[in-house]
Design a binder for this molecule. Structure first.
Ligand SMILES: *Cc1c(COP(=O)(O)O)cnc(C)c1O
Length: 371
């Protein structure tokens, strides 16, 4: 039996008739930039996130970038980010000329550790920017508290957390602005690139909407030097179909996660994800930790089981950030996680017997290690 890491075609196949109808509707509309499909999705997604506004954008990186620009973060400013996030979080900070200031995660939850954030705040800090990594919300209450205390904005990178809840309330309006990606492999994924911002802040929403459309509210009248980053009507129509299934598909991911948790509970060689009592994760990834990570991945691969590493190199050790001069050893938690994390196959369409196959593969690795 081979177990694919994620079977996107199978997922989209289930919705094929509805997707075909949505796509045909856009073709027949003659409207291929902005318009009713985008507005309808924006209203649905704002509602889903309990946010006052949603602005559709070209991708998740632009969502982060335009939020920071709308908040007038610029050169000389600092933005606190997690040391073990996907590099997009850092790149958005660099795009406005500001400096990413990494803070280590709590190694059990993989998310930004609020207890370490305060020490990183300086007079230049403008924003705290946690990532809800792997679909598990970061600890938002203490971060909201810190932002308020120091007069900072709280921006969330929720690219992996569609539908996740913090203390019973959906992620999407706790902070000042929340960035979303609809990259195909995300829990809410388009059939191409897409992104959005949700926020209760009307000024931020309006600025982003204008900046994403060439700095223009009225055609050929340009208020600011803008960008071109709009959510396609085609992707918006597809996302409306998929949003209606998001909760159900997240529930299926939860069942996969629960099966892994059960099946691997007794395997001492691997550490399972920790879920704080206030978190309702949506399992964008199911990430275990293992000191013998590479041999384990090879063992699973030999049995036809695909795994991935999120992420093998932390941003501060990437050539892209060599100029920050943060050598190996600067962020030991992120560096250790990069050598120990392993993402197991997960998705709404992963059958229980495939999950059992992965569990059996890990158990056999652990037995061989003991012998
Ligand atoms: C996917 C992702 C992004 C970027 O989204 P794109 O739509 O690919 O630009 C940003 N941050 C995190 C944590 C992500 O996983």
């Amino acid at each position: 039996m081979t177990v694919k890491f994620l079977d996107l075609a199978a997922a989209n196949c289930e919705l094929r008739p509805e997707l075909d109808t949505a796509i045909a509707r856009v073709i027949d509309s003659g409207r291929y930039i902005l318009g009713g499909e985008v507005e309808a999705f924006e209203a649905q997604y704002a509602d889903y996130c309990h946010a006052a506004h949603c602005v559709g954008l070209g991708n998740g990186l632009d969502a982060l970038h335009l939020i920071l620009r709308a908040m007038e973060v610029r050169s000389g400013d600092e933005v606190i980010v997690s040391s073990n996030t996907y590099i997009a979080t850092w790149l958005a900070v660099s795009m406005v000329g500001a400096t990413p200031v990494p803070v280590e995660p709590n190694p059990a939850t993989h998310n930004l550790d609020p207890e370490r954030v305060e020490a990183a705040i300086t007079p230049r800090t403008k924003v705290i920017l946690p990532t809800h990594l792997y679909g598990q919300p970061a600890d938002l209450d203490p971060l909201v508290e810190l932002a308020r205390k120091h007069g900072l904005r709280l921006v969330e990178d929720a690219a992996q957390a569609h539908g996740a809840r913090y203390d019973g309330r959906p992620v999407g309006a706790h902070g000042d602005a929340i960035a979303w990606s609809f990259y195909p492999g995300k829990n809410l994924g388009a059939l191409g690139d897409g992104g959005a911002v949700t926020t209760d802040d009307a000024v931020v929403a309006d600025r982003i909407r204008v900046m994403a459309n060439y700095g223009s509210r009225t055609k050929y009248v340009n208020e600011v030097r803008g960008f071109n980053s709009r959510l396609d009507p085609l992707q918006a129509a597809i996302l409306s179909v998929k949003l209606a299934r998001l909760d159900e598909w997240n529930d299926r991911r939860r069942r996969v996660a629960a099966r892994y948790m059960d099946g691997l509970a007794e395997v001492a060689a691997v550490r399972l994800p920790a879920v704080p009592q206030w978190a309702e994760p949506v399992w964008h990834q199911f990430v275990i930790q293992c000191e013998e990570r590479d041999p384990l991945a090879a063992h699973l691969s030999a049995r036809g089981i695909e795994t991935l590493i999120h992420y093998p190199i932390p941003p501060h050790l990437q050539a892209a950030y060599a100029d920050l001069r943060m050598p190996r050893g600067s962020f030991p938690i992120a560096e250790r996680l990069a050598t120990e994390v392993l993402s197991l196959p997960i998705g709404p369409h992963l059958p229980p017997d495939a999950v059992d196959e992965v569990i059996a593969g890990i158990a056999s690795f652990a037995r061989e290690a003991v012998e």
